[in-house]
Design a protein around this ligand. Structure first.
Ligand code: ZN
Ligand code: ZN
Length: 329
């Protein structure tokens, strides 16, 4: 009798946890903020009930896909038997349906440019200012052939720019995801974040950004105001945001980036809009864009994570992904 009771109880626990369904999967293709090519900002996001991804920036694509495949991230993808492609090639060409580009800096677009010769027809989602940079500075037949459907010279027509109006949701073609971008201030240069939605659930990806106080901007404040109610209702499953440098950098040397101290300060503002003290408890915050150091005996990633955890009075769940890691939220 007792045994039966525990068996039934155990069965219930197992089925409950099986139903505690996640909404998104993130695959880290590139996690650093520059310097060492081959591992710079790019993440894939998909809804866990489909196999189509949106790329969030594209600093590193194929080396990241290769690493992620080796770590078993694409077990959900079945390459059709009649496809000539490797798993990596199939993920890149077929499973990634489009790109969100946060801003035009090279460490966020170099993978897109360099792999474009072997890519397939896709949309690039970005604010107008970012589309202008791609059009004028990359796909222009000078830096690289014009793989887009607009801009200079003969148009190879592989990429269609989808201009995102700030705050207005757009369907991400080939997926069941929607995305809305909001501008960020990155040393007086326009960067942006995208709020990805699947049904009632959200995930936010931030391009490079400085703190509002240093940037003399209200862009992050507007973003926190937007995210607050979604934190409150537990529909914001996580965010990816940059921390480029350790604490101790003078504000004038930030060049539009965050330190642990500044991120914690900004998150206090989000807490204010999310229902006040304790409202960010358990919020998943993935730290990205750490600028690698070439100095001996310096583990800058652990040092930044340590500084964040030391100042973490908010109860936020700080996460650092390595290249090729995947995680569900
Ligand atoms: Zn960057
Ligand atoms: Zn940048």
């Amino acid at each position: 009798m007792k045994r039966t009771f525990f068996t039934v109880l155990f069965g219930i626990i197992i089925s409950v946890s099986a139903f505690a369904k996640t909404s998104f999967e993130i695959v880290a293709l590139g996690v650093n903020g520059g310097v060492i090519d081959g591992n710079i900002t790019s993440y894939l996001i998909r809804s866990t009930d489909e196999n189509s991804y949106l790329a969030l920036d594209a600093g590193t694509l194929l080396p990241g896909i290769e690493k992620a495949a080796a770590k078993g991230a694409f077990k959900n993808i079945a390459v059709p038997a009649d496809s000539p492609l490797t798993l990596e090639g199939y993920v890149f060409k077929n499973a990634v349906k489009g790109y969100f580009i946060s801003h035009g800096h090279l460490d966020h677009v170099s993978g897109l440019v360099i792999s474009s010769t072997d890519d397939s027809k896709k949309n690039i989602y970005a604010l107008q200012s970012v589309v202008d940079v791609l059009t004028n500075n990359y796909f222009n037949w000078k830096t690289w052939p014009n793989f887009s459907t607009s801009g200079e010279g003969f148009k190879l027509g592989q990429y269609t720019y989808k201009v995102l109006d700030p705050g207005k949701e757009t369907a991400i073609e080939g997926t069941s995801l929607f995305g809305a971008a909001l501008p960020l201030s990155h040393s007086n240069y326009e960067s942006s974040m995208i709020l990805v939605r699947k049904n009632k659930d959200y995930f936010a990806f931030f391009g490079d950004t400085g703190p509002d106080t240093v940037e003399k901007s209200t862009h992050l404040d507007t973003v926190w105001k937007t995210l607050g109610p979604k934190v409150k209702s537990k529909n914001l499953k996580g965010i990816i945001i940059e921390v480029s440098y350790q604490n101790g950098i003078a504000d004038k040397d930030l060049f539009g980036h965050l330190t642990p101290e500044w991120l914690l300060k900004e998150l206090q503002n989000l807490e204010k809009y999310s229902g006040g003290k304790g409202s960010l408890k358990g919020l998943n915050v993935i730290i990205s864009h750490v600028k690698p150091t070439l100095n001996k005996n310096t583990d800058i990633r652990s040092s930044i994570l340590g500084q964040l955890k030391n100042g973490n009075t908010l109860g936020v769940n700080f996460i650092m992904l390595d290249q090729g890691d995947s995680m569900e939220f």
